[in-house]
Every structure is written in structure tokens, then in C-alpha cells.
Design a protein around this ligand. Structure first.
Ligand code: SAH
Length: 384
């Protein structure tokens, strides 16, 4: 059995972009699975295939093989082995072990929290293979427990049910993760995504290089950036709209023995507006919003929203102040992100120096051929 695609679909695979849309699939099996993909008589690769999904073909190899599953599992082993040195160095840390397309593993995300694994399957082709995946994962990394946190809405597009299920061992409610000098708790069942935002780990660690009086962490989740700032700043304020996340931020502050953290449950836009009105001043501000542009259609509105929060943050910084600002929306590409910041600086009438252009952590690999894999932009700016 194989999948046949149009010349237009073939052009994408030849450029090593893994996705072929439904309109470019000419013929394929009735059921989801792992199949070779052909254009004319030529085999272009191996892919996860789901006839019900808009992204019908998601390639994980651009070579021929009689056994697509073995190739997929080899990609998985390779991804896990690439993380092994980091795990050995900090077994109590948090890492992404498998990053979907970035690791040639479309449909799979696997995160590691101090010995406990959380996976998410986003493809109907992979779903029936779960027991085999678990076996390979445990062969490579002896996890204390493994949870399938398959509650992401995108599963509905694949025709998959939403469910959270223990796959191995005893999954605790909370796990304590070491991140540089601080520790934080991850709520495995109840947290957002797989429990934490590991893509920002190295950017959070970068915060330990700054010192000052007052710092503000907007879109803080469970106090993530704020915890790192609490060591170098006299007062740290963390803002998030999620009461559950802030409850954990409070626990995390206690866990680290910090008493200089103030938590605010608020809409970030309202909060920043209020701070501007009362002419508040901060020495460092972090902005790490959720993806405002969930689709290309949202882009214009999202651009305006990103600009608004960055403009307001720049106004709250005095001379020498630092803005650490991110966007995790791949629809807002890097050039647009910096254009937005440039406009915000002009409108705020601030001269702004770029200290560093950063991105997602190394365990969230970027493929040049797949621009969508480079989703996180992170700029370290300084007001002159
Ligand atoms: N900085 C965090 C990740 C932030 S994720 C980390 O490094 O772990 C985005 C956060 O923004 C989530 O915690 C979500 O609850 C919060 N959020 C979403 N919309 C918001 C809004 N309008 N105002 C304030 N917080 C918001």
C-alpha cells in the first residue's frame, strides 16, 4: 500500500518540507498508517498518512524502505540519544525528548520532567502504535513514569479522542524540576501543554545574569521567569490570567524560599495599561504571551496586540532598562517580529539596543526546510 501525490505535492517533498495537503493527494489507503509516498513512479519518502486530516501526509523520511515503522522508530531512538548527555548531567531537569517535525517525528511530542515522561500523540497513524513507542522510549530512557496527555484540541482534527492516561509506572500529581539555581513544580495532569514550557528554559536561565530593583514577568504561568529574577532583583511582580498557574507560582516561590515575589491575577493588557497610567517604573520586564496568531488570518490583529504590549512595556522601562520579549507564533516570522518591535520602539520614543536575538532551546530543534519549526523568537533589548 502506498500514497500517490500530485506534482505540486511532490515539489514540497523534494524541497524536504514534510507536509502534503489533502488537495495534493491523488490516491491512498482507506485507513491511517505509515506508508511510502509516490509521485509518478518515484518514491519520495515515508509518511504518516491520515485521509481524514487536512495535512494528509506528514513525511518522516525522504528515502525508500520496506519497513516504514522501523525507520520511524530509528528516528525516535536518535532523538532520545541526542538528549542523553543532558539527562546525565541534570537528571532532575526538564527537557523535550522528541519535538515532532523538528526531530523527524511528526505527530509526537515527549517531555521529560525529573525522570517522568509526558507524551502527546497528534496523529491517527501513530495512535495504534503507542505500545511499541512506549517500549522503545523505555529501552532508551528508563523513565520512572509515563503519561499520555492527549488532551490537545488538534487531536479532534485527526478524529482522535481527548484523553489523559497513565502508560507506565505511577504518575505523580506534581514533580519538582531543577532549572539552574531554582526549582519549580510541574503539574503533570492539570498543567498547560505537557505541564511546563520547556522551550523557554535557556532564556529563563539567561535571566540570572541581570540585577536590579524591580522586575516584572508578564504571562508568567507558574512563576517561570520570575523565579529566576527573584535572585537578582529586590522586588519581582508576576502577572498571569490563570489563578491555577499563580497558585503554583506561590508554591514555587515558597519552594525556593523567596519572599520578594508579588503575584497578580490579571489580564496582561489591562495590567500594563494601568501601570502606564500610574507611571510605574521597572528595571526589567519579561513578555512571554501565548500565540496571539493561531492562524494566518489572525496575523493583523495579533501583530497589533504584540505591538501594544511591547509599546507599553517599553514605556515602563527607564534608561538602561531591559525588555526580554518573546513570540511563540510561527505565523509571526522573525522579520515581522523585529519589525513589530521596531515600530513599538519608535512609537514609545525610545532608543532601543538589541543585546541578543535568541530563540527556542536546543531540544526544540529547528529545520531550515520547515520554517514552521522555528516558532519561538526571543529578543533581549535595552532602552538607552
Ligand atoms: N512564561 C511562561 C509561559 C507563558 S505561557 C514560562 O516560561 O513558563 C502564556 C501564559 O499566559 C499562560 O500562563 C496563560 O495563562 C497566560 N495568559 C494568556 N492570556 C493572558 C492574558 N490575556 N493576560 C494574562 N495572562 C494570560
Amino acid at each position: 500500500m502506498k500514497v500517490r501525490i500530485s506534482p505540486k505535492g511532490a515539489a514540497r517533498l523534494l524541497a524536504r518540507h514534510p507536509w502534503v495537503y489533502k488537495s495534493d493527494v491523488l490516491e491512498g489507503p482507506a485507513n491511517p498508517g505509515l506508508y511510502p509516498v509516490q509521485a509518478g513512479r518515484k518514491t519520495l519518502g515515508l509518511a504518516l498518512y491520515n485521509p481524514a486530516s487536512e495535512i494528509t501526509v506528514r513525511a518522516f523520511s525522504f528515502e525508500e524502505s520496506p519497513d516504514p515503522l522501523e525507520v520511524w522508530l530509528a528516528n525516535l531512538r536518535q532523538a532520545l540519544r541526542q538528549r542523553q548527555a543532558a539527562l546525565a548531567q541534570e537528571p532532575e531537569g526538564g527537557y523535550r525528548l522528541a519535538h515532532a517535525e523538528g526531530d523527524l517525528l511528526p505527530g509526537l511530542v515527549l517531555d521529560y520532567y525529573a525522570g517522568h515522561g509526558v507524551l502527546q500523540i497528534g496523529s491517527a497513524a501513530l495512535e495504534p502504535l503507542m505500545p511499541r513507542l512506549v517500549q522503545v522510549i523505555l529501552e532508551e530512557i528508563p523513565l520512572r513514569s509515563l503519561l499520555a496527555k492527549n488532551d490537545q484540541k488538534s487531536r479532534l482534527l485527526e478524529g482522535l479522542p481527548l484523553e489523559v492516561r497513565v502508560l507506565q509506572g505511577a504518575v505523580p500529581e506534581k514533580v519538582v524540576v531543577q532549572e539552574g539555581a531554582i526549582r519549580y513544580q510541574v503539574e503533570l495532569y492539570q498543567g498547560q501543554k505537557t505541564g511546563a514550557f520547556l522551550d523557554q528554559r535557556d532564556n529563563r536561565l539567561r535571566m540570572e545574569g541581570f540585577r536590579g530593583q524591580s522586575a516584572l514577568d508578564v504571562f508568567s504561568y507558574h512563576g517561570s521567569f520570575a523565579l529566576h529574577l527573584a535572585r537578582g532583583f529586590t522586588q519581582v511582580t508576576a502577572v498571569d490570567s490563570s489563578a491555577a498557574a499563580l497558585e503554583r507560582a506561590q508554591e514555587n516561590a515558597q519552594l525556593n524560599g523567596f519572599d520578594n515575589l508579588t503575584l497578580h491575577e490579571a489580564n496582561a493588557f489591562d495590567f500594563l495599561r494601568k501601570e502606564e497610567r500610574r507611571q510605574a517604573r521597572y528595571d526589567l520586564i519579561v513578555l512571554d504571551p501565548p500565540a496571539f496568531a493561531k492562524s494566518k488570518r489572525d496575523l493583523e490583529r495579533a501583530y497589533a496586540a504584540y505591538k501594544e504590549i511591547n509599546l507599553r512595556a517599553l514605556k515602563l522601562l527607564g534608561r538602561g532598562g531591559i525588555l526580554a520579549t518573546a513570540s511563540c507564533s510561527h505565523h509571526l516570522g522573525e522579520p515581522l517580529f523585529y519589525q513589530m518591535l521596531t515600530e513599538a520602539a519608535a512609537d514609545a520614543q525610545r532608543t532601543v539596543r538589541v543585546l541578543e536575538k535568541r530563540g527556542q532551546g536546543w531540544d526544540h530543534p529547528v529545520l531550515l526546510n520547515v520554517p514552521e519549526t522555528h516558532y519561538l523568537k526571543f529578543a533581549l533589548l535595552q532602552v538607552l
